[in-house]
Write a protein that binds this ligand. Structure first.
Ligand SMILES: OC[C@H]1O[C@H](O[C@H]2O[C@H](CO)[C@@H](O)[C@H](O)[C@H]2O)[C@H](O)[C@@H](O)[C@@H]1O
Length: 611
């Protein structure tokens, strides 16, 4: 049975990733890419849908015990789990060598080692291709390699351990004396090719450690929350494909937003919105290369008529991701359906224009060189905003109910035009700036007239709505209005009052149980973590530094033992919910830490000036 979401740690090679449970079981692995079919899908079903356990032997009695300790090895994505057994201590080291070349095979490396005393280790590998549905044909070759083949895919296992097949599972039981170790390397190849070369495990370990150390050394943040910020940046980097530049929203599909509910979606794609927000964190932490790669990804993905701009693409810019359900999987803790693909790809969401142009502007400010193709794109995108900003859309939350005039979407349409004006004013682009200035003013006036409820002193979820939306917290952050504007302060207070969960986190917007509300979906959901991070930033911006810090530290405390966060938090069951680890949440950690620092600097400057 799968663990709690927070029981998992992420390992990855930048192109795909696996989730390792606290009990030493890998329950999720897609090969060769993050959005490929899973070859281990027990996370969303049962052990019959695939798992790979390495842990101390319980000799067939009782469940697999949780590790007594586990942590990433320094600032890396190498996971070390340790179990103290009556006879000695076992360490299992899990990692995936970063894959920065097209020809590299994806590999999952697991090393079991007796650190002290003697330990008996059990290994069980149950591969099930096509998301847990297909039992591959498993064979041992003359040179002691194990291959598992089904259709186009072949997975190879190399190990010094003796293995045997039992109930469609490859098993091994071995006893290690102090200092002894045994390695397991799982590699993927297209099945028409021969076996992949054998991996030099020691060299791969050294290279992997060096890769992460070098990458982390480029970080410019050195403040109080460095450990959490670095872990978040590493997690975001793991979601960033080094070949295409595409940044996935999360590493999983269908981890539920409500245990037992239907709000289960596939996040293994590149949302323009999520990627743009993540990029701003990379840029602010000193990582310009990722921004350059993403701009190239964007230009390739939207090539053609920008009128056909999608709100999300595949990792290499693919346009099609038809949403289907995998009915053979019961879902995480019976939360079905399990979905792959994402129907939101076909929605109109006006905010993406603001996200794209906002990122181009930030990248230019951070020193990214001018690019003529992106100027052409800019002109086309502003033209689309001009044509469509007055139309209703599905909004930032991708509602599946009717389109509305969402206030956040309109604000982001304003951002698109405002940043286009600034790009021209700062000499980073050319365009009809006077026409754009007028458009910017028209959108601003429209929002302030139709999206603001003067009686309640708050902006609303959509024109004419009585409801609120946590995305309104972004109004001061994108400079639509200054933080000290009474309408902004009123909105922050209204969101706090009406969308707070009992434990002080935030819902995105109200849901109505079985009665589908604005999102057109039955059921409820947990607190959406990035919204609380937005609140941290707003509180800091309006000078409530202590409240901002308290909330930020509360949020950090929700991360699991290895610093990872899913999309949501269940305030009743006190556990993580939703896809995991999620880019939005980790971006929240980076930006929150930076904002608190900036806030304090601003406050001490002001204090200095008034002395
Ligand atoms: O709430 C319904 C929608 O939920 C998902 O969207 C959410 O995740 C996206 C990726 O992180 C994010 O960009 C969006 O703002 C979130 O609402 C799901 O992907 C949608 O299909 C679904 O309609």
């Amino acid at each position: 049975m799968a663990g709690r979401i927070e029981d998992y740690a992420l390992i990855g090679d930048l192109q795909t990733a696996a989730l390792v449970g606290r009990d030493g079981t890998i329950d999720w692995l897609c090969l060769p890419r993050l959005d490929s079919e899973a070859v281990i899908a027990g996370l969303l079903g049962t052990p019959d849908n695939g798992y790979w356990r390495i842990g101390p032997s319980v000799f067939g009695v009782g469940p697999s015990p949780a590790a007594d300790r586990r942590s990433y090895r320094g600032d890396s994505l190498i996971m070390e789990s340790e179990w103290d057994t009556p006879t000695g201590t076992l360490r299992v080291t899990d990692f995936m060598p970063p894959r920065t070349d097209d020809d590299d095979s994806p590999r999952v490396v697991r090393v079991a080692e007796a650190v002290t005393g003697t330990v008996t280790v059990d290994v069980a590998l149950s591969l099930r291709f096509d998301y847990g549905r297909v039992v591959p044909w498993v064979q041992k070759t003359d040179d002691n390699r194990i291959s598992a083949v089904a259709g186009p895919d072949a997975v190879w296992l190399d190990t010094e351990a003796e293995t045997h097949g039992e109930k469609l599972t490859t098993r091994s039981r071995l006893t290690l004396a102090e200092g002894e170790r045994v390695t397991f390397t799982l590699s993927w190849q297209p099945s028409y090719k021969g076996p992949p070369g054998r991996l030099d495990v020691d060299q791969a370990f050294e290279d992997t450690e060096k890769f992460w150390a070098d990458w982390v050394s480029r970080c410019t943040y050195n403040g109080r929350y460095r450990a959490s910020v670095i872990r978040s940046l590493i997690t975001l980097k793991a979601l960033t494909n080094p070949l295409t530049g595409g940044i996935a929203a999360a590493a999983t599909t269908s981890l539920p937003e409500e245990i037992g509910g239907v709000r289960n979606w596939d996040y293994r794609f590149v949302w323009i919105r999520d990627a743009a927000k993540i990029l701003s964190s990379f840029l602010r932490a000193g990582y310009l290369d990722e921004a350059r790669a993403w701009r190239k990804w964007l230009l390739r993905a939207v090539a053609g008529d920008p009128e056909n701009l999608q709100i999300m693409y595949g990792i290499a810019g693919e346009r099609d991701m038809p949403e289907t359900t995998l009915d053979w999987l019961v879902g995480y803790e019976a939360s079905g359906p399990v979905r792959i693909g994402n129907g939101a790809a076909g929605q109109r969401q006006l905010d993406v224009y603001g996200e794209v142009i906002g990122t181009l502007h930030l990248a230019a400010q951070c020193g990214l060189e001018r690019d003529e193709t992106s100027n052409t794109l800019l002109l086309e995108l502003v033209r689309s905003v001009e044509l469509h900003w007055g139309e209703p859309d599905a909004g930032i939350w991708e509602v599946r109910g009717p389109n509305q005039h969402f206030v956040h979407s309109k604000v982001m349409a304003w951002v698109a035009v405002d940043r286009a004006v600034k790009l021209v004013e700062d000499g980073h682009a050319d365009g009809p700036v006077e026409q754009w200035r007028q458009l910017r003013d028209t959108i601003h006036l429209d929002i302030c007239t139709n999206g603001y409820d003067a009686e309640r002193n708050t902006f609303t979820q959509y024109y004419g709505s009585q409801e609120l939306d946590a995305a309104l917290l972004l109004i001061p952050q994108v400079n639509f209005l200054p933080a000290d504007d009474k309408r902004v302060i009123g909105t922050i207070e209204a969101v706090q009052r009406e969308l707070s969960t009992p434990d002080g986190l935030l819902l995105r917007y109200p849901t109505n149980g079985d009665d589908p509300g604005v999102d057109g979906l039955p059921g409820d959901e947990g607190a959406f973590l990035v919204c609380a991070f937005w609140m941290v930033k707003d509180l800091a911006m309006i000078g409530r530094h202590d409240d901002a810090r308290t909330l930020f530290e509360r949020l950090l405390a929700l991360s699991n033992d290895v610093g990872l966060l899913a999309e949501e938090w269940d305030p009743h069951l006190q556990r993580q919910l939703g896809n995991f680890p999620q880019g939005f949440s980790h971006k929240g950690i980076v930006e929150g830490a930076l904002e608190l620092e900036l806030g304090e600097q601003r406050a001490s400057l002001l204090a200095g000036a008034s002395r």
